[in-house]
Design a protein around this ligand. Structure first.
Ligand code: ZN
Ligand code: ZN
Length: 561
């Protein structure tokens, strides 16, 4: 029988994040990445979204291993949930594996086989041979994968950019990509995230230079907020601090953890004595202070939010201070980040961010880089990956520009599979795929992470409860209740009205300061609904509290779903 290999995206094709791709040959499966996605505003009460593992776990023992391209959450974040259901070995570069190890410790998952592999090491798993290939990205130690299968070689780029001058000197492996292209690649899966951007993505080193110019003229405290996983950016800041005889305090748990992990493994060089404890830094003159902080997305309770609000224990931001938001604002966070920027300005600080200064570059390839990758690999078939439909389509069009005829380009989304033989490829459908919602870690720190997947939704139903409050914590509209699969609305309008009243009373009984705290408010709404439904219907539905805050004090209309 002619060999057949199937490429099965469980996530990342049709959305940004949630990246997971299966490669199947006979009864064997391997996965490329296992990422999560942070939910949109339309899924309140949901902490994470993870891929649907149904297909990967359908045949016991079929899933042989997970190969990771890099350590970003949208590539490793769903691993604990997969590993709880199937203990398969996990392969990745040393830094990626170190990040995963920390994560599994937090999820209390020991005994997972974690294997650090380096570029050009070839790993055989069932009918596959997997070889990592160095790429550059906004996290250190990223790789693409060359997967040799019974029908030929599949190249998956992972997330990548082609940085000609990476901070750690680890260039993308142009040679390996070229060689693979010469030898013949059956399928290329390539990162579509930045397909809308013309030209080339600038080098990470350019940001280091730009930040250096700011350090050179700064007279007061410098606060840099960035992603804790952006090891190269952290490196640039640490070097600059040493060069300008400043000291650095790390703020944020993930910042401390990642610096420790990356430094231990040699991915980060910490100049001697440059990092000091927070209280020690606070005693120094502002001109010697650098604060390296998380919170660039406006996360509440992050050091940056606290400083902007004037609530930080050690540092009061004021005139002369320079705040650099050295990161992209993830869509959906603009309003919160905007609020922080305003507050920092109000305190007299100078604020630099992506829109008003060159303080950040993307970790993803732009159009010319993507074309270069296509030209190096010259694949028989091409599948754009990592993007919403518009990005995938844009990448398919780009492929046409470099000469790939439409019959060789497959625009597919999660739930489809590409069937590849030695001579042809076709898309088939019908793979269970979708977004599985993960709802919190329970109240308090103990207890297992509760995974409420779609089975639960189907069995126990869902109740959504929405409310609109103003800045003073006053209820402007609602609560309104919508339910699916819990009770037939027609027969029980009275019951739903009773539930609505119960929520209304529970909310009215709260202090306005409690109502202003989203977490407290949503927990109260959730609790009230759950208790009511359990008592009346003996069911435990998924409860989705939705809180809409309006900026002013006026009335507002509640958006109907
Ligand atoms: Zn990434
Ligand atoms: Zn990604």
């Amino acid at each position: 029988m002619e060999p057949l290999v199937r490429l099965i995206p469980l996530g990342g094709l049709g959305e940004i994040g949630l990246n997971m791709m299966l490669v199947e040959s006979g009864d064997d499966l391997i996965a490329v990445d296992c990422g999560l996605m942070f939910p949109d505003d339309d899924l309140p009460g949901i902490d994470y979204v993870i891929p649907d593992f149904t297909y990967a776990l359908a045949k016991p023992g079929a899933l042989r291993a997970v190969f990771l391209t890099h350590g970003h959450e949208d590539h490793i974040g769903a691993l604990p949930y997969l590993l709880k259901r199937a203990r398969v070995p996990v392969y990745g570069s040393p830094l990626t594996i170190a990040f995963v190890a920390e994560k599994l410790r937090e999820h209390d998952l020991p005994d997972v086989e974690l294997r650090a592999i380096r570029p050009h090491e070839r790993i055989e798993v069932g009918p596959f041979t997997v070889e990592p290939l160095r790429v550059t990205h906004s996290i250190a130690d990223g790789v693409g994968l060359a997967i040799t299968t019974p029908v030929g070689v599949i190249v998956h780029t992972g997330d990548f950019k082609l940085d000609p001058n990476p901070l750690d000197g680890e260039l993308p492996d142009y040679e390996a990509f070229t060689t693979l292209g010469d030898q013949g690649v059956m399928v290329l899966c390539s990162d579509s995230t930045n397909v809308d951007r013309p030209g080339h993505t600038r080098s990470e080193s350019d940001v280091g230079v730009a930040l250096g110019e700011r350090f050179e003229v700064a007279h007061g405290r410098i606060i840099v907020a960035t992603f804790a996983s952006h090891i190269h950016r952290l490196q640039a800041v640490l070097r600059l601090a040493a060069r300008f005889d400043r000291r650095v305090a790390l703020l944020g748990r993930s910042m401390e953890r990642n610096v420790r992990v990356a430094a231990d493994l040699g991915y980060l060089t910490v100049p001697d004595g440059v990092i000091v404890p927070i209280d020690e830094l606070a005693e120094m003159p502002p001109a010697r202070q650098v604060i390296l902080s998380t919170g660039s997305q406006g996360e509440p309770n992050s050091a940056l939010s606290l400083m902007a609000a004037g609530d930080h224990k050690y540092f009061e931001v004021g005139p002369g201070d320079l705040v650099i938001l050295s990161s992209r604002v993830i869509p959906g966070n603009e309003r919160t980040v905007g609020r922080i920027i305003n507050d920092l300005y109000r305190r007299g600080a100078e604020v630099l961010y992506e829109d008003n200064a060159f303080v950040h570059v993307s970790g993803h390839a732009s159009q010319e880089d993507l074309k270069l990758m296509l030209n190096l690999i010259r694949p028989r078939f091409f599948v754009p990956v990592h993007g919403e439909y518009r990005h995938l389509l844009g990448h398919a069009r780009l492929a046409a520009e470099v000469g790939l005829t439409p019959d060789r380009v497959f625009l597919m989304e999660d739930g489809a599979a590409l069937e590849v033989t030695k001579s042809a490829a076709t898309v088939v459908g019908g793979i269970p795929a979708g977004r599985v919602l993960v709802d919190g870690k329970g109240v308090g720190d103990v207890g297992p992470v509760v995974l409420r997947d779609r089975e639960l939704l189907a069995e126990e139903g869902m109740v959504a409860v929405a409310i609109v409050i103003d800045v003073d914590g006053r209820v402007v509209a609602g609560p309104t209740i919508a339910s699916r699969g819990v009770v037939y609305v027609k027969e029980s309008e009275a019951l739903l009205e009773e539930l609505r009243l119960a929520v209304s009373q529970a909310v009215a009984g709260m202090e306005s300061v409690e109502r202003r705290d989203r977490e407290v408010l949503s927990e109260r709404m959730r609790f009230t609904v759950r208790r009511f439904v359990t008592q009346r219907f003996q069911r435990k539905p998924v409860v989705l509290p939705m809180i809409l805050e309006i900026d002013g004090h006026g009335p507002s209309r509640l958006k109907e779903a």
